[in-house]
Design a protein around this ligand. Structure first.
Ligand code: SF4
Length: 502
């Protein structure tokens, strides 16, 4: 796909929008006759199809924007919107002209690809953040109208975003300048799922076996040290999250030791939510659940991803749907009253009917929250996109739409939402919950409400300016072996927490 931009500086945004329609290919961009690196485009590229051109021409009175799409079959897919005149007063605001260019490009691409993304021309990660800002600036009604009409967001996605914004609001407001949340990373899993792009290692590999023991000991040291830093900085813990990977890859004794270290290192009297992402059902046992429950973990995740045994096998998860139900029932018996379950729309080998069946089975179990992700195409995963096992993006879109309707019908509310750049069809990942079970950590983290202190390989500490919006990041080493080898350096980096809080 070739994007040609002439007469304006909006190539970056227009490229993002074009890429959202052409996920599986790199968009080549020609700006005012040159490639992004300043070189001249080749003659082949100039004649490559499909291509789309956005051209702006201004005189004293008007700016004219033209969008021209050229495809392989010119008679079918050429769309020209010549004569889209915009009054000078409107176009004189750079934002307006950019918005009009994006609107025209969106209309042409919808026609050319026969798709209409529900989030319109929004390409950002957090639509609810934009909506909250618009409502603050313009008032609720006008803000919602602007969101819907200027960005071409569908009625359903507008309602979804508005509900998320409302659910987030009170939790976001409860965050104070001295709040922080804790994240602990366990980047090990029983086996690697084919769709995974995370740096998690399967525990049975030689490298993982070697790294696992030292990693656990170093992690405990980092937790202790981070606890000292939090106390010195005078900040208060609001939520804690042990995630991965699959934290339940640890033995019951290790879980007990890790949770005790967290409790001993931090003042948890102000912590309102403590989540342990048990994750894969093939790692969950009663003694591990009891270790979590006895350490005051009050929210756990048990993630089926799909309730089809066939799809589970295809994506490399070594458990059955029944094992997931058993783990869920066991967690209830142990006493957990807040359980989340994750599902993914668009897994290889899954169908719309299969996805509907999975969702209805999970709803029937009655967990307090259900998170529905749309599959993201990432090169760092092991997925074979040429396998012919993938659903078309419109099918995945239908899965997500079905989930949204079914979850509303089952009285779940959407409380947090984000979109991944590579998600198929530009779809959303949404956390749904029974009212009152909104995960605070997910909202604090997603909306960047306050500092996140993070421990373990691949974890990123985000220091949020107490009365501002700037964020300073401290990156931990990505892989467990690196984290072990450079542990002292890792700890030294963390000292920046105290510098930050003065
Ligand atoms: S369980 Fe999660 S983190 Fe582990 S391999 Fe599968 S998708 Fe990746």
């Amino acid at each position: 796909m070739v994007l040609i931009v002439n007469g304006n500086d909006y190539a970056y945004e227009l490229e993002k929008l074009t890429s959202s329609f052409y996920k599986e290919e790199a968009v080549k961009v020609i700006i005012n006759g040159a490639m992004k690196d300043g070189t001249e485009p080749s003659s082949e590229m100039l004649s490559e199809l499909p291509s789309v051109e956005i051209k702006t021409e201004s005189n004293l009175d008007f700016t004219k924007i033209t969008a021209i799409f050229k495809g392989a079959d010119l008679t079918e897919i050429v769309e020209t919107e010549e004569g889209s005149f915009i009054p000078c007063s409107l176009a004189s605001s750079p934002d307006s002209l950019e918005l009009h260019c994006a609107q025209l490009l969106f209309k042409v691409l919808c026609k050319a690809t026969s798709t209409t993304p529900g989030f319109g021309l929004l390409t950002g990660i957090r639509p609810s953040k934009l909506l909250i800002r618009l409502m603050e600036e313009k008032g609720e009604n006008e803000g919602v109208d602007y969101f819907k009409n200027c960005f071409f967001v569908s009625d359903k996605k507008t309602r979804l975003t508005l509900d998320v914004a409302r659910a987030e609001e009170s939790i976001m407001k409860s965050s104070t300048p001295d709040s922080f949340s804790l994240y602990i990373s366990i980047p090990f899993c029983p086996s690697r799922c084919s769709y995974c792009s995370f740096v998690s290692s399967a525990v049975d590999t030689v490298t993982a076996k070697k790294a696992f023991g030292p990693y656990f000991e170093n992690l405990l040291k980092e937790v202790e040290y981070t606890g000292e830093l939090a106390k010195k900085a005078g900040i208060k813990m609001r939520s804690a999250y042990v995630g991965g990977g699959t934290p339940s890859t640890l033995s019951a004794e290790q879980i007990e030791k890790l949770l005790k270290t967290i409790r001993d290192s931090f003042d948890m009297s102000s912590c309102e939510e403590f989540t342990f992402e048990a994750g894969r059902p093939d790692t969950i046992t009663r003694d591990k659940l009891e270790a979590c429950f006895n350490a005051s973990v009050d929210r756990i995740s048990i993630n089926p991803q799909t309730m089809s045994d066939e799809v589970l096998k295809l994506v490399g998860r070594k458990h059955t749907a029944q094992l997931c139900v058993d783990a869920y029932n066991m967690a209830r018996e142990v006493g957990f009253k807040n359980i989340n379950m994750d599902l993914i729309a668009g897994l290889p080998g899954d169908t719309l009917e299969g996805f509907k069946d999975s969702l209805m089975k999970v709803i029937a179990l009655g967990p307090e929250s259900i998170t529905v992700h749309a599959l993201a195409y990432k090169r760092s995963s092991d997925l074979d996109y040429s396998s012919g096992l993938f659903s078309e993006s419109r099918n995945i879109s239908a899965m997500v739409d079905f989930a949204n309707d079914a979850l509303y019908d089952a009285s779940y509310i959407p409380y947090y939402m984000y979109r991944q750049a590579k998600s198929v069809g530009n779809l959303e990942n949404v956390g749904w919950c029974k009212p009152g079970f909104e995960s605070k950590y997910n909202i604090f983290m997603m909306e960047e409400c306050h500092t996140i202190l993070a421990c373990g390989a691949g974890a990123v500490t985000k220091l949020k300016q107490p009365n501002g919006s700037n964020i300073t990041r401290i990156f931990n080493f990505k892989y467990p072996f690196e984290y072990n080898d450079k542990f002292e350096e890792q700890i030294n980096r963390k000292k920046a927490v105290l510098d930050f809080y003065g």
